[in-house]
Design a protein around this ligand. Sequence first.
Ligand code: AMP
Length: 427
Amino acid sequence: MNVLLIGGGGREHALAWKLKQSPRLDTLYCSPGNGGIVSIAVPGPAEVSDHAKVVAFCHEARIGLVVIGPEAPLVDGLADDLRAAGFAVFGPSAAAAQLEASKSFTKAICAERGIPTARYAHLANREDALAYARAHGAPLVVKADGLAAGKGVVICETLAAAEEAIAACFSGAFGAAGSSVVIEEKLVGEEASFFAICDGTHALPLASAKDYKRAYDGDVGPNTGGMGCISPAPMMTDALSARIMSEIVTPTLQAMRDRGTPFQGVLYAGLMITGEGPKLIEYNVRFGDPECQVLMLRLKSDLLTLLYAAARGDLSGVSPQWSDERAVTVVMAAKGYPGDYEKGSVIRGLEEAGATGGVTVFHAGTKLGANGEVVAHGGRVLNVSALGRDAADARSRAYAAAGKIDWPGGFYRSDIGLRSSRGAGDS
Ligand code: AMP
């Protein structure tokens, strides 16, 4: 089968790496790819926002499955247009992608189906939002309703901070995403990322992960897209996973079916594990990045079979198998990230790093320079990933490899997989 993979981050390099291991794969195409993906996939259509061109490419290249990695093309309806043209697609329709694109949409589903989540209000103007915040008092969490590239959420410990966040939203700090806000109670507990693969009717739990969102050691500094990850999430148990499936994932899937917009793809639940049990913070409608990287390292089953079964609407015959080993990913980012950073610096030592036992280095924001050298081309640039018998073993392999990478323009956290200041264990 020929496969077209859409995206160009570390998540897609990990998906490409795993798809390449499939005995069912003929040719893997990727758009736009990155400096690592080009060595294992053939370039696909240059521009994925032109859906007609992607459809034409799929006809020409006789594509059997399209896998859409990032949220933007999903929200933009790429899966809809490809399905309308008869292609099997892994990834939800634009209507089902609202679970990520609109926080108020997801909150309304939670309210309708009794799914545990933070108490909230959806407010369409500044005055109502301020009145709600003053009536409830701090702490509060203020969120731009729409997609704001992970930046539209402010945890407000004081009323003044909440007022400021509301003012920022309604004065256009997040563009159209902030034309209404969701204000929530602040949940207390430990966060976990939970993934379920869905075929529209059924969902299968995938492995769990814990990511590290803050830029610097000890969970301080600005929020980022993710500076590292460990799988499984230290606090995850079979009982907790079963509870998340029955209280959160399954009722969501049922609600989406009942609305006539079944969800097919990966449902990624961002959770707070509170004293009362798991509560939904948010949904994403695709694999997390860097969570995907640790999941792909631990997945023992054929990824192509799994994604194709979900795309065809029938997961009944598959059951993904996972390695008992731990996986750790350390993100190497460009100095300055998540603020301003430079592009174009040369990265050396990747081969030596990749030769470390148990280690795979996924590329995120890289491209190939004029002489074939790997250069930094984004904020999060490399994902140094390792499997080990326990967290300490996986950590030491990943950090040994990271130490072999010669890139003065980069930095990384040194505490990924360690007990964090917010209480995550490294069991
Ligand atoms: P979101 O984009 O909704 O996932 O929010 C980004 C981050 O903000 C989450 O990963 C949490 O760390 C935090 N967060 C969001 N909502 C809440 C909440 N109600 N209580 C506590 N923390 C939250």
